[in-house]
Design a protein around this ligand. Structure first.
Ligand code: OW4
Length: 403
């Protein structure tokens, strides 16, 4: 029952953040969580929960007290075997984390990403022109999925065939950070085949001679990673690189279709494309939650958390915390978004965010320059996932820009 407190004085809550009802509309429980206190206890799972911006940031920034090495899902790797080999970057602490992170940071650095801009913009322009010719289409498969599935595997150096498997694979991995509920079980039905395929894609001989994949394998030649580790780091790219940006693009398209005045502001000044994407990442927060595990008794928001406990950080709740944001539930492409936690913060903050932002900027720039209006042409349909917030379907109607 809500209203009880733990022996440590932490308020207890009963909602299930992995139920379909919550995932369809998390916002009322987000408010309850934030209002209960700086930290709450989720009775159903026996985990701490953090929904306010200040404490979410504090947890994510303190990797020593709030470890990732026991897994960033509900499963505690010290007690149960991970369902797939643990990630060398997401599910590690320093010093191991730094080894893989350093390689990924370089492979996805500003200079590398900026060099892709011309190609990424051309691909976005081409897609938007083709969709304008159709007028009405489903923006999830036809744009939010199609665009990252074209540009990202190209940049990694993957072959064209079967890249669409990256979508069910991402859905599987993100569901796996939650409990073993029906979402998880349905997502892993085909796991053996998909995992085998992803592992094969990560091998050096299956990647082109140039691209992110080849550069990660070259880092093993240079001694920065072992040759056993290199394919695992490529796997991280394939895991985190597609369906996250699919959710982000879907969020931006949903926001612009449902806030026509914001799309008109973007049309009036297409240089707002990057800000409009960033605000969509705050507003919808594609990666809604991740866990940490306490390594010692640790003070947070005036209470002391027990050691060896999972802590569920609600980035989506923090990104709409009224203690931090003015009119948090408004999508406003001119608001200062700095400090949002949609990419995480601290040593595990999204290493691919410059690439994701480039994809968002290119698609929204193409829309701003070529499209007159974006309207819903049907009801959006949510794709429920334990961790990731996104749509399965977004029927849109575009009209061309006059003149
Ligand atoms: C958000 C992320 C997500 C899922 C998987 C991995 C990374 C990985 N970052 O390293 O496998």
């Amino acid at each position: 029952m809500d209203g009880m407190v733990t022996a440590g004085g932490v308020p207890e809550l009963d909602f299930d953040p992995f139920s379909r009802g919550f995932l369809e509309d998390p916002f009322p429980d987000h408010a309850r969580l934030r209002d209960a206190g700086p930290v709450a206890w989720l009775r159903q799972y026996g985990v701490y929960a953090v929904g306010r911006h200040a404490e979410a940031r504090a947890v994510l920034q303190d990797w020593e007290a709030f470890s990732s090495a026991a897994g960033v899902g509900l499963a505690d790797f010290r007690r149960e075997k991970p369902w797939r080999l643990a990630s060398l970057v997401l599910e590690t602490d320093p010093p191991m984390h730094g080894r893989s992170r350093r390689v990924l940071s370089r492979v996805l650095s500003a200079g590398v990403v900026n060099a892709l801009r011309t190609r990424f913009q051309r691909d976005a322009d081409e897609m938007v022109v083709a969709l304008l010719a159709r007028g009405t289409f489903d923006a999830v498969p036809d744009l939010a999925e199609a665009y990252p599935l074209r540009v990202f595997p190209d940049a990694v150096g993957m072959p064209r065939e079967n890249r669409r498997y990256l979508l069910p694979y991402g859905n599987m991995v993100f569901n796996s950070f939650g409990p073993r509920n029906a979402l998880f079980e349905d997502a892993v039905l085909d796991a053996a085949r998909v995992l085998e395929w992803v592992q094969a894609q990560s091998q050096r001989e299956n990647l082109t001679a140039t691209g992110f994949g080849a550069e990660i394998h070259a880092a093993a030649d240079a001694g920065e990673l072992t040759h056993e580790e290199a394919p695992m780091v490529v796997r991280s790219l394939l895991t985190a690189g597609v369906d996250t940006t699919v959710s982000g693009l879907g969020a931006a398209l949903f926001c612009l279709a449902t806030h026509p005045e914001q799309f008109q502001a973007l049309r009036a000044d297409p240089t707002l494309a990057r800000a409009a994407f960033e605000e969509a990442v705050r507003f919808e927060t594609p990666v809604q939650t991740f866990f940490r595990t306490t390594t010692r008794p640790v003070e947070l928001g005036g209470t002391t958390l027990d050691e060896e406990r999972k802590v569920l950080v609600f980035m989506g709740a923090a990104n709409r915390d009224p203690r931090r944001w003015k009119r948090p539930d408004d999508y406003d492409i001119r608001r200062p978004t700095a400090g949002h936690v949609g990419w995480g913060v601290g040593i595990h903050a999204c290493v691919g965010m410059l690439l994701a932002r480039l994809e968002g900027e290119c698609v929204l720039t193409a829309l701003a320059q070529r499209v007159g209006s974006i309207e819903l042409a049907g009801e959006p349909v949510r794709r429920c996932n334990n961790i990731r917030r996104g749509l399965a379907s977004l029927p849109l109607r575009l009209t061309p820009r006059a003149g």
